[in-house]
Design a protein around this ligand. Structure first.
Ligand code: HEM
Ligand code: HEM
Length: 216
């Protein structure tokens, strides 16, 4: 049960997905930078080990995410995916810089989630090609490493913005409570995600008894 005045924002499954993804991302970023930056490479001077850390983290990341999906709350995850995919007129207004009430995720968060998912796929595909290209030269392409490095640069920019909003910016940093403890204050949620809070008070269509739906 949440404290009075607080409402549930993220389920245990959602929080586990987020923190597993974030932890793997930081290890991949750190080990990737050691492989990429000559100064860091010289400092660490154990390239084969760093390469192994990078690769095994990538495998562990994919396996952990698959495991969470199998044992976690799949229905809840599907519902969240649907919420993230839907861009309505308010989202478009919000993106144009106008004031518009937002659902459980604002339009910026929806874009961030879409980019994070697309990048995870592209990192994995280009990373696999980098690995496989070393074994079979027919799969070695100059553009693969350019893509992998380019993704890293764009991810870094997204990450800095994300961390600023989650940890520093006073109006949004309350969200960290939702991603750690699972709940946020109802007042904060009403201010930032009005449509979500309002929608929570209405019964979902399928929970309304059939007889009640047919009554005049
Ligand atoms: C998700 C799956 C991933 C896989 C399978 C993967 C795989 C690889 C492989 C095989 C290499 C080549 C290592 C070498 O031969 O030197 C590499 C390099 C690298 N990776 Fe990843 N990686 C992944 C994700 C990431 C992520 C999330 C980041 C950063 C955010 C990243 C950053 C880098 C960097 C900076 C390099 C060095 C590239 C260079 O030398 O120019 N990787 N990765
Ligand atoms: C210490 C590091 C991190 C912190 C403190 C953090 C914090 C948060 C918080 C508080 C939220 C919930 C926002 C809300 O209430 O809706 C969130 C959501 C999210 N996080 Fe993180 N995060 C971290 C790392 C990462 C990393 C590394 C990634 C991806 C590479 C990531 C991707 C996302 C995505 C896609 C969402 C959902 C959409 C959004 O809110 O933008 N996070 N994070």
């Amino acid at each position: 049960m949440d404290k009075p005045g607080y409402i549930r924002r993220f389920s245990r499954t959602e929080r586990t997905v987020h923190w597993v993804h974030a932890a793997a991302f930081f290890v991949l970023l750190g080990s990737g930078l050691v492989l990429y930056l000559p100064r860091l490479s010289e400092l660490v001077s154990r390239r084969p080990l760093v390469k192994d850390v990078h690769l095994y983290t990538a495998i562990a990341w994919a396996a952990a995410l698959a495991l969470i999906v199998v044992v976690g709350d799949r229905r809840g995850l599907r519902r969240t995916m649907r919420e993230l995919e839907l861009f309505d007129a308010d989202d478009r207004r919000w993106l144009l810089g106008r004031r518009a009430p937002q659902g459980r995720f604002n339009a910026g968060q929806k874009l961030n989630a879409a980019l994070t998912a697309a990048f995870a796929f592209l990192f994995a595909a280009s990373g696999f090609l980098l690995w496989y290209g070393e074994r079979d030269t027919r799969f070695r392409f100059a553009s693969t490493i350019l893509l992998h490095d380019g993704l890293m640069y764009v991810s870094l920019v997204l990450l800095v913005g994300h961390l600023y909003l989650a940890l520093i910016y006073p109006a949004t940093r309350h969200a960290l409570r939702g991603m750690t403890l699972g709940s946020v204050s109802e007042d904060w949620a009403t201010e930032h995600h009005a449509k979500w809070v309002e929608g929570r008070h209405r019964p979902e269509p399928e929970t309304v008894p059939k007889r009640a739906q047919t009554l005049p």
